[in-house]
Design a protein around this ligand. Structure first.
Ligand code: CP3
Length: 343
């Protein structure tokens, strides 16, 4: 296999790099002063996501400041419900708000042309990024996984226990399946379009995968991911896919084996030796420093980062956090972590 000039893309293609390439989930955003400056100019958060000038700039800020090995598209997982007609708003300090949908109500129709029309500014952002990034930086597109996006659509926002969504899935699984199928269609189509506009890999964020028992995990997390992967393989067979079933614990190996993704992104709760032993040999992994340890910094952070690198020394590894950077994180801690990872 011929090596490209992109260490992160090479890693995803199964070629372990001497130094693990590194990026950090939520690397763009509120921990950066330059982001806060830019944020002031946006009418609201979704408008920011749909303004290519601003979204390109926000994507590039962490790459410029830190020299990350990847640029992740600046956008949000909730643009999918928004594009499907379920209006989304972000209230500062309160998180996202949607008008909740329930079992028994008609679902939004999937109109592919309308979806792409609504998301055209996101594709524009990607194609501009793909022209402006340095040769060594990998451009990552992303979407929320159907289960996680469904929780926001059903709960109407963030939730502590996702009780409405889980009850719907238990009480009327065939009805809930229709919502998941709609999200599989929309997500697969959205990611394919991101790739045709220049995304070199895509990550599927299943932030709330970890609350499901095994049978539900199989039906609502693994199967939808496998279907999305299958469709992307059919249209863009050479583009690697990263799956992030956050909190999946003992179900990580099943996800890694059966979803078809090329790389699994690990949260911070997994014992390193267990993960190294139980994930398929040779499979690329990404992760998994605790975001709170990055916020705290210090020698423990340095040592834990080294332990993570050692644990995955015999497989392709991308260094990352176990979840997104927290807004209070000092820039100096990110710089120090990068220095540790890069030796
Ligand atoms: O990683 C990046 O830098 C790219 C951009 C990105 C954002 N959201 C920007 C954002 C990505 C990859 C996401 C993913 C996302 N969004 C997830 C999955 C990953 C995860 O963290 O679990 C989820 C669950 C969401 C939904 C979401 N978006 C919530 C719950 C919130 C409010 C709480 C919060 O963290 O702010 C958002 C808002 C959001 N998305 C912000 C940013 C920079 C903050 C908005 C602001 O600047 O006011």
């Amino acid at each position: 296999m011929s090596q490209s000039s992109k260490p992160l893309l090479n890693t995803l293609n199964g070629e372990r790099q001497p130094t693990p390439p590194v990026w950090m989930m939520r690397q763009a955003g509120r921990h950066l002063a330059e982001y806060m400056e830019l944020r002031k100019k946006a009418k609201n958060f979704l408008n920011f996501c749909y303004s290519p000038d601003m979204a390109v700039e926000a994507t590039l800020q962490p790459v410029r400041r830190y020299g990350m090995d990847a640029a992740i598209l600046f956008c949000d997982i909730l643009v999918i419900p928004d594009a499907l007609g379920q209006a989304v708003s972000f209230v500062t300090g309160e998180g996202p708000k949607l008008e909740a949908i329930s079992d028994g109500e008609p679902l939004p129709e999937f109109d592919e042309a309308m979806l792409h029309d609504h998301l055209a500014p996101v594709y524009e952002t990607i194609s501009r990024l793909s022209e402006s990034l340095d040769d060594c930086v990998t451009l990552i597109g992303f979407a929320g996984a159907p289960w996680t996006v469904a929780t926001y659509m059903v709960e109407g926002g963030s939730s502590r226990d996702y009780a409405k969504t889980r009850s719907w899935a238990y009480q009327n699984p065939d009805g809930f399946q229709k919502l998941i199928d709609l999200l599989v269609d929309a997500t697969a189509s959205y990611l394919a379009r991101q790739i045709s506009n220049g995304a070199e890999t895509v990550q599927l964020f299943d932030s709330w995968a970890g609350i499901l028992p095994p049978d539900e995990f199989d039906r609502w997390v693994i199967k939808p991911a496998a279907e999305i992967v299958k469709r992307l393989r059919a249209s863009h067979g050479d583009v690697p896919i990263i799956g992030f079933p956050r909190g999946a614990g003992a179900q990580y190996p099943a996800f890694a084996e059966r979803s078809g993704v090329d790389c699994v992104s690990l949260d911070s709760t997994l014992p390193l030796d267990w993960a190294a032993k139980n994930l398929p040999a040779g499979m690329a992994v990404q992760g998994n420093l605790d975001n709170l340890l990055l916020l705290s910094g210090g020698d423990v952070m340095d040592q834990t980062a080294r332990d993570i690198i050692d644990a995955f020394a015999d497989r392709p590894h991308i260094f990352n956090l176990g979840h997104g950077i927290l807004p209070e994180t000092p820039v100096a801690h990110v710089e120090r972590l990068l220095a540790v990872v890069r030796g």
